[in-house]
Design a protein around this ligand. Structure first.
Ligand SMILES: Cc1cc2nc3c(=O)[nH]c(=O)nc-3n(C[C@H](O)[C@H](O)[C@H](O)COP(=O)(O)OP(=O)(O)OC[C@H]3O[C@@H](n4cnc5c(N)ncnc54)[C@H](O)[C@@H]3O)c2cc1C
Ligand code: FES
Ligand code: FES
Length: 489
């Protein structure tokens, strides 16, 4: 059993001990290391001022990605490399090309957001990420600037990322070698007066731990759990960190399904689901930000049980199932049966989400997914609708799965609307009849995101939009990379 965490800060080996398990990467950098280039804006993952770049091994390959340091517990970065804005300066004092372009093209005014923008661009630079305007806008959706108006920042990004030189692969392979050497198979346990953190490396060890500590707080990407630390100022008496469990990070593919480990991050989920249908790619493009998608996981989004989470309605429409695991064994559960009541899930003490099984979309299925939120980027849904129907040879609805988020205390299928569709010829009239039945399915709330009336009328309109798009496939839908018609998909 290891009692400390080891990682690289730039090229320096760090062995952190004596810290509370809930210490965030940002607090450690600023308060402990006095690296104050990384800023705190919102402390809730929204503004990107705290963006740092993390190097982590994917198998034996080193990958770099931007994350929000403010909500990420330091303990979860065991075996990783942390790069902050201070690391960008070269030994002779010259700025990195990303920084120089921000200076030359006036991408900074008050400067508070600048280190965060620079680090998001640096991650793209290191990964040689494709960089047209849309891709840059997506990558920067999680960085807010109240001064510049963004155009100069995007110009700076286009300038540098279009002309980037070769990344130094020698230092990269040396870093990968050092991170490999830090890998250890044993569980890390950090004891502290505020609470203990366990970081196991296998599902068996996790099941054993949760059997002994069923009350433990599980932490995956911490994009929900981290806010309990920074906003509710919670300490977790027993915290279990899942980030070292490799078997939870696999995506497997069978003839009929994709099988996601619970710790698959949301950007990988985007790639896998996005290949199935352009609406799934578009939904995931608008899920949080690049930083949130790099940390957040599919398992966390489902286990969190939010009625306005984006994946639950979509995965219910796709007829996904969960595999729940405990020391007693495994049980599979249709996802729609997991959500019992507001924030109450069918998860027994000692159980964790191990896998999510997502059936592939039959070739002749019709699918529609819409996220309606106040802001286009980085906002939580007011209403999310996900619809999948199968037609028989005569064009009548043989099977319908219409799922909504934001319409009830749990993500839920619209049973009456589905019944109205079944057997009917798929047409605008059928969609309107189903929309009319929605009032039997839902009595939504009025809250800060939307009024009950707005939600009811949007939900009905989404069904009409589904009919319009699928009955007139020439109608364009906006997906990543520009406008495409569904017929292109
Ligand atoms: C700025 C910002 C933007 C966001 N935007 C969106 C958005 O657009 N759409 C959206 O749906 N959500 C959004 N979220 C919420 C969040 O990012 C997602 O819910 C994310 O998927 C949570 O995953 P995680 O790995 O970070 O979970 P964590 O925060 O680590 O955990 C979430 C909950 O699930 C539990 N848990 C995690 N993994 C498991 C497991 N394997 N077994 C059992 N329990 C587990 C934890 O105990 C905790 O209660 C946003 C959050 C932030 C901060
Ligand atoms: S401080 Fe705003 S995202 Fe971290
Ligand atoms: S330069 Fe002032 S917030 Fe961006």
């Amino acid at each position: 059993m290891k009692q400390r965490r080891a990682f690289l800060l730039g090229n320096d080996l760090q062995v952190a001990s004596g810290l509370a398990p809930t210490t965030t990467v940002l607090d450690w950098l600023r308060l402990n290391q006095r690296r104050t280039g990384t800023k705190e804006g919102c402390a809730e993952g929204d503004c990107g001022a705290c963006t740092v770049v993390i190097g982590r091994l994917d198998g034996e390959t080193l990958r770099y990605e931007a994350i929000n340091a403010c909500i990420r517990p330091l303990v979860s970065l065991d075996g990783c490399q942390i790069l902050t804005v201070e690391h960008l300066k070269s030994p002779d004092g010259a700025l990195h090309p990303v920084q120089q372009a921000m200076v030359d093209l006036h991408g900074s005014q008050c400067g508070f957001c600048t280190p965060g923008f620079v680090m998001s661009l640096y991650a793209m630079y290191l990964e040689a990420a494709p960089a047209n305007v849309l891709q840059i806008e997506d990558a920067l959706a999680g960085n807010l600037c109240r001064c510049t108006g963004y155009r100069p920042i995007i110009d700076a990004a286009m300038n540098t990322l279009g002309e980037r030189g070769a990344v130094d692969m020698t230092s990269r392979s040396e870093t990968a070698r050092r991170l490999l050497a830090l890998r250890a198979d044993e569980t890390i346990v950090i004891e502290h007066a505020s609470g203990a953190c366990h970081a196991p490396t296998s599902c068996d060890a996790l099941a054993d731990l949760l059997d002994v500590h069923p009350e433990a707080t599980i932490v995956a990407g911490a994009t929900d759990a981290g806010l309990r630390i920074t906003k509710a100022l919670e300490h977790f008496p027993v915290m279990v960190d899942l980030n070292r469990i490799k078997e939870l990070k696999h995506v497997a593919e069978t003839k009929d399904a994709l099988i996601f480990g619970a710790m698959v991050d949301l950007n990988r989920v985007r790639r896998a689901l996005g290949a199935m249908h352009p609406h799934l790619d578009e939904l995931m493009r608008r899920f949080g930000s690049e930083q949130i998608r790099n940390s957040g996981t599919i398992g966390g989004n489902l286990a969190n049980g939010s009625p306005i989470g984006d994946l639950p309605p979509v995965l219910i429409a796709l007829d996904a199932a969960l595999v729940l695991r405990s020391k007693a064994g495994r049980r599979a559960l249709p996802l729609e049966r997991f959500f019992l009541d507001y924030r109450k899930q069918d998860r027994l003490p000692g159980e964790f989400v191990e896998q999510i099984i997502v059936p592939k979309l039959p070739a002749d299925a019709l699918l529609h997914v819409s996220k309606i939120s106040k802001r286009f980027d980085e906002d939580i849904s007011s209403v999310c609708g996900a619809f999948r129907i199968l037609l028989d040879a005569g064009g009548c609805v043989a099977d319908a799965r219409l799922a909504f988020g934001g319409m009830a205390g749990v993500p839920k299928r619209a049973a009456n609307a589905e019944a109205a569709l079944k057997g009917a010829r798929w047409s605008m009239e059928a969609a309107v009849a189903a929309a009319g039945a929605l009032s039997l399915d839902f009595t939504p709330l009025t809250d800060m995101r939307a009024s009950a009336r707005y939600r009811t009328s949007v939900a009905a309109n989404l069904l009409r939009r589904f009919a319009l798009e699928t009955l007139s496939p020439h109608i364009a839908t906006r997906v990543s990379g520009g406008l495409r018609t569904l017929a292109d998909a």
